[in-house]
Design a protein around this ligand. Structure first.
Ligand SMILES: Cc1cc2nc3c(=O)[nH]c(=O)nc-3n(C[C@H](O)[C@H](O)[C@H](O)COP(=O)(O)O)c2cc1C
Ligand code: SF4
Ligand code: SF4
Length: 306
């Protein structure tokens, strides 16, 4: 019998004793030994989880950092050795990302127009999940995530992962910063930490049932033409934006030249600029803020599908 089966057998025994313990507890009130057995069952999650999961992989696409913040909260609450993979890096090629069947991947992307950003989709599709488990996470700017989570579930499944849970979480809107400002905040951290506990228990129990995730197939159309951010008069031509653009859309010799067909409007160039000298067209920004006002103002909650 494999080590994993042995552990699952022990866990089943643990579950059996916990049922016994619950019935004994009800029968004998607050008897010391019954309480002790119940405590041991709860400790089981802590004792066996490190053995059942070899490694947690935090895999994220996060141009302005909101998605990574959410993924960090979830992985640190699961509390396990974690290997980070940043799919946003321009030179990422996936060669250092290998999975074992007992690993678990937390795969996190932002929602762009209710879909997975194209580059993130290509990079996730190129992984080899090796039948390991995955938690898919979509982070959005308090408008809507529409088909992002189902698309991410399909991408992860197609790449050889078993999706066991999905999370939709909110972070500050990376274009219209007046919405979801400062999120994830204290309340989000509390909600996401509680969700991580539920995921942790599902992992420890070894149940690989796929969750029901909201969204449509076929997915909605992706975003249309982009209007890339451009340098302002404060730009000192340091070149950082060009070096960090995930799709190499900015000309390294002239940072005012941008390939708008390649640009995915991810806002990384805006986020990394040390001079705050890169921005989208102010009229477009104002129009977007107005358009989003009725859709984004009311606070939305994080969701777990398990
Ligand atoms: C091009 C683009 C499209 C976006 N589309 C949506 C959307 O459809 N719904 C939404 O609620 N937020 C949307 N957002 C906001 C992001 O999903 C949100 O800010 C996310 O946290 C950004 O992730 P990051 O901070 O890791 O870059 C969009 C942001 C960008 C840049
Ligand atoms: S990072 Fe900012 S300052 Fe540097 S080249 Fe780009 S726009 Fe200019
Ligand atoms: S040029 Fe476009 S794709 Fe490149 S970092 Fe800026 S917004 Fe993102």
């Amino acid at each position: 019998m494999s080590a994993r089966k042995e552990i699952l057998k022990m866990q089943n025994m643990g579950a059996y004793f916990s049922v016994r313990c619950a019935s004994l507890f009800l029968a004998c009130g607050s008897d010391f030994f019954c309480v002790l057995k119940c405590l041991l069952w709860h400790l089981k999650i802590v004792i066996f989880l490190p053995t059942v999961i070899m490694k947690i992989h935090e895999i994220y696409f996060s141009p302005t950092g909101g998605t990574k913040k959410v993924a960090d909260i979830l992985t640190s609450a699961i509390g396990h050795d974690c290997q980070q993979t940043d799919l946003t890096l321009p030179e990422w090629n996936g060669s250092d990302t290998a999975f074992a069947p007992d690993d678990c991947a937390i795969i996190a992307v932002p929602s762009f127009g209710g879909r997975v950003p194209t580059l993130a989709a290509q990079r996730i599709a190129s992984l080899n999940g090796a039948d390991s488990r995955a938690v898919v996470v979509c982070v959005y700017g308090n408008r809507a995530y529409e088909d992002t989570l189902v698309e991410l579930q399909d991408l992860a499944t197609g790449a050889g992962f078993k999706v066991i849970a999905a999370v939709a979480a909110i972070a500050e809107h990376s274009i219209a910063h007046v919405y979801a400002t400062g999120r994830p905040d204290e309340q989000d951290i509390e909600e996401l930490t509680d969700m991580a506990q539920v995921i942790k228990e599902k992992l420890a129990e070894g149940i690989d049932v796929q969750p029901q995730i909201p969204g449509n197939r076929p997915y909605k159309n992706g975003m249309g033409a982009s209007m890339p951010p451009l340098p302002t008069a404060d730009c000192n031509r340091c070149g950082l934006c060009a070096a960090q653009c995930p799709v190499h859309a900015i000309d390294k010799c002239d940072v005012a030249k941008v390939d708008s067909a390649a640009c995915i409007m991810c806002m990384k160039c805006v986020a990394v600029c040390p001079q705050s000298a890169r921005r989208i067209n102010p009229n477009m920004e104002a129009a977007l803020i107005e358009h989003l006002r009725p859709l984004c103002t009311e606070r939305k909650s994080n969701e777990l599908f398990c």
